[in-house]
Design a protein around this ligand. Structure first.
Ligand SMILES: [Ca+2]
Length: 232
């Protein structure tokens, strides 16, 4: 218990120091402390999605990695790459606000993965969509999303290094076309690359690809993130 309390205080300290772009807009935080059961770095299951590639046996529970905990609220990201999608259907200048992957995550993916009750437990998050500072590419307007991709600043904040960012694909995602190397795949971030037609990614070895891939490439993996209300 003491360790948990210390860890939590440290985490809150980091939040205060760094500011936090991806925060739930819901200000009400329950005080019953259930969130303390959810350990940063731990794995929880929530929702379900086709993963083993056998649709006859139904969808499999989604495993999520806990990136941050704030009382009853937890920032989680899918442990595996769940699907293969383009960041945007067409190869054009685009931002997170307008990209087709944002609408896919919050519409078709949300419908497939979560029950009505589960959807209620997903908080709406205010997202700052920072641009590419090195190449002066605009990141677009702030957005409010239930389901989102991490920005590069968030990925740097919540992962400890390249090894930590390595993600394996599911058999289903591989069938959908995710490029795979020894089971590992690339995954999209929501930050622009060196031009507005390119978006940053994490490579299969966990390193950042900061100049970005063409937004219409459809063989990158999708690793959804969301803030979950654990009290519901
Ligand atoms: Ca299945």
């Amino acid at each position: 218990m003491i360790k948990r309390a210390v860890g939590f205080s440290l985490f809150m300290g980091l939040l205060l120091l760094s500011g936090c772009d991806a925060q739930p807009s819901d200000e009400s935080i329950s005080q019953d402390g259930n969130g303390a059961k959810t350990k940063i770095g731990g794995i929880i299951t929530f929702g379900s999605y086709e993963q083993d590639g056998d649709t006859n046996n139904g969808q499999e529970p989604i495993e999520w990695r806990v990136l941050a905990v704030e009382n009853d609220h937890a920032l989680i990201i899918s442990d595996k790459l769940l699907d293969a999608k383009a960041y945007n259907r067409d190869f054009v200048d685009i931002t997170w606000e307008k990209c087709t992957l944002r609408s896919w995550l919050n519409e078709r993916f949300a419908e497939a993965a979560f029950t009505a009750e589960e959807k209620e437990a997903i908080l709406v998050t205010d997202l700052v969509n920072e641009g590419n500072r090195e190449y002066a590419v605009d990141g677009g307007n702030p957005t409010q999303d239930k389901i989102f991709l991490l920005s590069i600043d968030e990925a740097k904040r919540y992962f400890s290094g390249d090894d930590d960012k390595i993600a394996f694909t599911t058999p289903y995602a591989e069938k959908q076309g995710v490029g795979v190397k020894k089971g590992k795949g690339w995954w999209w971030l929501r930050s622009p690359g060196d031009d507005a037609e390119y978006t940053m990614c994490v490579r299969h070895d966990g390193s950042f690809f900061e100049t970005g891939r063409s937004v219409h490439l459809d063989y990158n993996g999708v690793r959804p993130a969301l803030w979950l209300d654990m009290s519901i």
